[in-house]
Ligand binder design. Structure first.
Ligand code: HEM
Length: 532
């Protein structure tokens, strides 16, 4: 004891020196570890933040005020890096993009995604790389999107990835309703909390029966996709089809038949089905969400609405429909779409990624493999250092101060489609569809609410950023009556094949196939709009 007492000053100095050296060599000066937000519960960590009552991106934004724009939370036994500023988003999606290029293994990706064969949920590797390349070059390239059959589909439906659903709707209404129901349930289950995803120890437990339901819904959807696959194969056998008539599934069949996809642990039909379903689901809600928010924003901002209408009057006029070739001239409309996607990104927290390897960030934080990445695009797009009046709807900013920003993942202050290797593959298609459908609706209608009441802009707490209250009771006036059916029914029914079928039946019944629409048909059309 005496000896210890004797040496205590030396022990203290040694301890201080060790601590100092450790601090100096540890890159952040904080052990290099990312600061963890307080409020973690035992076992589940911060999972309680994901309750259905909380708007997650706002909660994470709130935490960043206390812990800074880069901090960590715990999702059960997994650590997650939460990022809410453009500088770190840029670093992660460029310098460390490869380290974060995989998606975590989740029950939904396995059970709803053909055992990870849907490439959007697939782990990083040869399979993902190959299918991503095919979809980029063969399915979603500008060349493919410019082909006349794809253009016609978009023009007539104002919707992406819906042609197969339309065919289904035409063939059998009950079937179409069932398909639509399964897709709705699919999205719901994708957001469902599965305990074993957070705490793998509970792999044997199926709280809430989500895994069972995932298996059921996956089977239901597969029945539809299998039918489309067989129809496509039959069509190819019976008629040698022209390249320019090929749809997504035909292209995939050609590629898989050419045996370009040997060597993967997945059979050719599963690859075709999974990839086509991935395209349909990728496009399903995400295109509709900005259209609804955009119209709501315009109704609440009459001056901006007036500007869009004036632009449409100048560049399109009254005597024809809006065409895709008009979009390049509709610069104010393009700015409205950008501002809508900035204020209400459809995926406010970009799709989950996970670290495949260790990395050290420029701020010194050390990230371990397996760490999830939650990129808060909503927070980045509301950052007052970058955007003046970040909560205000100001499309003009994209014609002045921010005119050089595009949406394709090069500008990290505006990333509704993500960026880097796993960025959205459907961005070009999505933008074409959103611009065309918004332009078509606004070209045909004078939209307003009854009594000019403002539209309620409450956001819902769901993973996809949908409006909490439906955009209904819009007073629709003006416009050309023929366009009313053409555009309103097609634009607003685009995610609703069952109702679309009903509308088509109404039109068939009242107007038939052998004459054009007349003014007096409007009474029937009003019924269709009400039905919608
Ligand atoms: C407004 C419309 C859309 C928005 C806002 C959107 C947004 C996103 C986002 C944020 C991601 C994740 C990006 C990342 O991890 O960095 C993503 C991935 C993806 N999107 Fe979209 N998307 C839209 C439309 C579409 C469309 C029309 C398609 C297909 C036709 C599509 C197909 C995909 C696919 C396949 C992925 C996964 C890519 C991969 O993991 O390699 N999306 N999307």
């Amino acid at each position: 004891m005496d000896t210890l007492f004797h040496y205590w000053p030396s022990i203290l100095v040694a301890a201080l020196v060790t601590l100092l050296i450790y601090k100096l060599i540890s890159p952040s000066g904080k052990n290099g570890s990312v600061p963890e937000a307080g409020g973690a519960w035992p076992v589940i960590g911060h999972l309680h933040l994901f309750s259905s009552k909380e708007i997650l991106y706002r909660t994470l934004f709130g935490l960043s005020k206390k812990y800074g724009p880069v901090y960590s939370i715990r999702l059960g036994s997994h650590k997650a890096l939460v990022v809410g500023n453009m500088e770190m988003a840029k670093e992660l999606l460029t310098v460390h993009d490869k380290a974060f290029a995989t998606r975590p293994s989740l029950s939904a990706s396995k059970l709803l995604g053909y055992n990870y064969a849907m490439f959007g949920f697939a782990p990083y590797g040869d399979y993902w790389r190959e299918i991503r390349k095919i979809t980029t070059l063969e399915l979603l390239s500008n060349h493919r999107l410019d082909m006349s059959n794809f253009k016609q589909t978009r023009a007539s439906e104002n919707s992406g990835g819906e042609e197969i659903l339309r065919d289904t709707a035409n063939s059998n209404e009950g079937e179409a309703r069932q398909c639509q129901k399964s897709i709705k349930e699919y999205f719901h289950l994708f957001g469902a909390f599965v305990l074993s995803d957070a705490i793998p120890f509970f792999w044997w437990l199926d709280l809430g029966g989500h895994k069972k339901n995932m298996k059921r819904v996956a089977k239901e959807l597969d029945v539809f996709v299998q039918t489309w696959l067989e129809e496509h194969k039959q069509k190819r056998r019976s008629a040698g089809e022209r390249k320019e008539d090929q749809d997504f599934m035909d292209v995939m069949l050609t590629i898989t038949e050419d045996a370009k996809l040997n060597g993967f642990d997945v059979d050719a039909d599963t690859i075709t089905k999974a990839t086509c379903l991935n395209m349909i689901l990728g496009a399903a809600d995400s295109n509709m969400v900005p259209l609804i928010w955009g119209l709501a924003l315009l109704v609440n901002n009459r001056l901006a609405l007036k500007k869009v209408k004036e632009e449409l009057a100048i560049h399109v006029g009254k005597d024809r429909h809006v065409e895709e070739s008009d979009i390049k001239n509709l610069v104010y409309l393009q700015a409205v779409v950008k501002e809508t996607l900035r204020l209400y990104p459809p995926s406010p927290i970009l799709a989950l990624r996970a670290a495949m390897e260790e990395c050290t960030l420029s701020n010194g934080y050390h990230v371990t493999p397996g760490t999830r990445l939650l990129l808060n695009a909503w927070q980045i797009q509301h950052d007052e250092r970058v955007w003046t009046d970040p909560d205000e709807f100001k499309p003009e900013r994209f014609l002045t101060t921010h005119k050089d920003l595009d949406l394709k993942g090069q500008n990290f202050e505006l990333i509704p489609f993500g960026a880097g290797r796993r960025a959205c593959s459907g961005v070009s298609l999505a933008l074409q569809v959103i611009h065309l459908s918004m332009a078509s609706v606004l070209h045909c209608f004078d939209i307003n609410t009854p009594g000019g009441q403002p539209v309620d802009m409450t956001e819902s707490a769901s993973l996809a950023n949908v409006k909490a209250t439906p955009l209904k009771n819009l007073v629709v006036g003006g416009g050309d009556t023929t366009m009313v059916t053409m555009t309103w029914a097609l634009s607003l029914l685009m995610n609703n094949p069952g109702v679309l079928k009903k509308a088509q039946d109404e039109l068939d019944k009242h107007i038939g196939k052998h004459r054009a629409l007349e003014e007096f048909d409007i009474k029937h059309l009003q019924a269709i709009i009400k039905e919608t």
